[in-house]
Structure formats: C-alpha cells, structure tokens
Write a protein that binds this ligand. Structure first.
Ligand code: PDD
Length: 292
C-alpha cells in the first residue's frame, strides 16, 4: 500500500485513503463476493484473458450479475495500470453482491459493488528461488467450493497463519489422504522427472498458473499428469513446487522440517522457472509490439 495509490470504486477513481464502502455491503457482512489477483509485467496484465474468464466463472457460480462486459473489465485494468508509475504491478479486483439489509438470502435488485486497486508487485526474495521455501502440512478444513475465488477466505487465513506460526512460507493441505493445495497457491509434485497435478475439481482453486504450468511442461518435454495425489507421494517426492500470481513458481525444499529430495531446488523446477521467466518477458514485450 502506498499513499499515492488511486483505486476504483463503483465507477469512480479516487485516492485509496478516501475509498469507502457502506457497512451493510454483503462483502463485509457475509464475505459474499469474489476476487482476482492479476500480475502485471512491463505494464501488461499477464494472462488477462484467463483471469477475466475465472472472474466471470466465479461470479456465475455465486449468481452475482457480472457488472461489466469483457471490454469494460480490460479498460478498467488498463486505466488502473496507467495511473501508477510502476512497470510491474498487481491488480486486485473484488466484486461483492452489493449493499442490502442484512439477510442471508440474496437481496433483489441490488447493484454489485466493484472495487479494484493496483499495487507495486513485490519482488520475490532471490533466496526463495535459489534455496527454496519451507512448507508445513495441514488438514484441509475449508468448504467444498474451493474452485470459486471467493473473498470468504477464513479457512485459508487460518491455514496461512498456522504456517507463519511454524516459521514456514506456506502450508500444503490434504483432504483425508488426498493433496489439495496451499492457503494461497497451487502445489506441484515431481516424481520420476514428471509433474503430478491434483485434478481441477471443487477441492482446489484452478490457478491461472495451473494452465501455464501445463503449457510450460509441454514446451519443456516434462510429463504432466493430472490425477489425485496421495500424501505418501508428496512425502516421498523428488521435488515439490508451489505457484501463484505473486509467488510465480517456487521450489519447496523443506516439508515439515524434512528436506525434500536433496534439500535444494531440483532440475524440473529450474527448467520450469526459466521457462516461466521467458513467458513473462514475452508478455511484457508484447506491450512494445502493440505500441508500434
Ligand atoms: N491466490 N489456490 C488458492 C487457494 C489461491 O488463493 C491462489 C491464488 C492460487 C493460485 O492461483 P493463481 O495462479 O491464479 O494466482 C491457488 C492469490 C494470489 C491471493 O489470494 O492473493
């Protein structure tokens, strides 16, 4: 957060410190809303079409009317980026069902609240890439609609705090014996040189990096197998990785205090990380192309 941030709220651009939402907003009262986090490299939103599609999907699953068409959303994101001096940013978008007298059932005739802001993209500590991060395991105690990118994030918040309390960067969660994901990232298992990916079902959020990891694996000739992954397969993996808009792809080298493989980032991570950096650079360069 910086003092000079301009945010968008219900059709107006205004200073962050002045933006106000009524207390009866259902986002505040019920966590009744959806959100997106879009990384921006060289002033170009990275994989915007996929982020927009997921936003539309999340709204549809919660039966919140989409307040804008595709061109409107893109125009809003571009306007926010243009208002800030940083080449690399991340755009946060939130849509709630709107403001209404408190009642659990959907109110009729309300207008969704639309909020968006852009912040400088935090630079990942070089050590996290070169040495990897520590992760703890936890039971997945969230609800059964984790595919919706909802602002109701209490399960994720409590899980992340448990990781912080344990001195770890993230937690990886299991539903019974089955791998799901982390508190705010997807999780990848490397065995025998290939990547194992948990299925895109209601138990995980399909990260925009999910499709990207699949594409990068295909381009790099790394096998990418989608299937339920067991706890035993995670505990005995050759390599582990996590991915998100703000963490890109990171190696997990310590799991519950035990080294993963030889305890250093492995060859599959290194290839995918390099390919990820090339994808970012190509996207950023497309701004120059569009301008000429
Ligand atoms: N979180 N799973 C969960 C539960 C997430 O919250 C996220 C992203 C992901 C990865 O999705 P993507 O590749 O689209 O970033 C997976 C964002 C960054 C957040 O809540 O801040």
């Amino acid at each position: 957060m910086t003092d000079d941030q301009t945010v968008y709220l219900n059709g107006e651009f205004q200073p962050l410190a002045e933006a106000r939402v009524p207390v009866l907003d259902r986002g505040f009262i019920f966590g009744d809303g959806v959100y997106e986090v879009v990384p921006v490299y060289g002033r170009v939103p990275f994989r915007w079409a996929q982020h927009h599609a997921r936003l539309v999907r999340s709204l549809g699953k919660l039966r919140i009317d989409d307040p804008m068409d595709a061109a409107g959303w893109r125009g809003l994101v571009d306007a926010l980026i243009a208002r800030h001096p940083w080449d690399d940013q991340f755009v946060y978008i939130q849509v709630t069902r709107g403001v209404a007298k408190r009642d659990h059932a959907f109110p009729k005739g309300v207008t969704p609240t639309v909020f968006a802001m852009s912040s400088p993209l935090p630079v990942l500590p070089a050590e996290q890439v070169s040495k990897g991060v520590a992760v703890i395991t936890l039971p997945d105690e969230r609800w059964l609609h984790c595919d919706i990118k909802s602002t109701s994030l209490l399960g994720n918040v409590l899980a992340r705090q448990a990781a912080v309390d344990a001195g770890a960067a993230e937690c990886v969660m299991f539903r019974d014996d089955r791998l799901t994901e982390c508190s705010s990232s997807n999780f990848w298992v490397v065995r025998d040189g290939g990547v194992l990916a948990p299925p895109k079902d209601n138990l995980i959020l399909e990260g925009i990096r999910y499709g990207l990891m699949q594409e990068l694996c295909e381009a790099e000739g790394v096998a990418f197998e989608v299937r339920p992954v067991t706890r035993a397969e995670v505990l005995s993996a050759d390599e582990l990785m996590l991915s998100s808009a703000t963490k890109e792809v990171l190696p997990v080298t310590l799991l519950d205090g035990h080294p993963v493989g030889d305890g250093t980032p492995g060859p599959v991570f290194r290839r995918l990380h390099a390919a990820y950096q090339r994808a970012k650079a190509a996207s950023a360069a497309s701004a120059g192309l569009a301008a000429h």
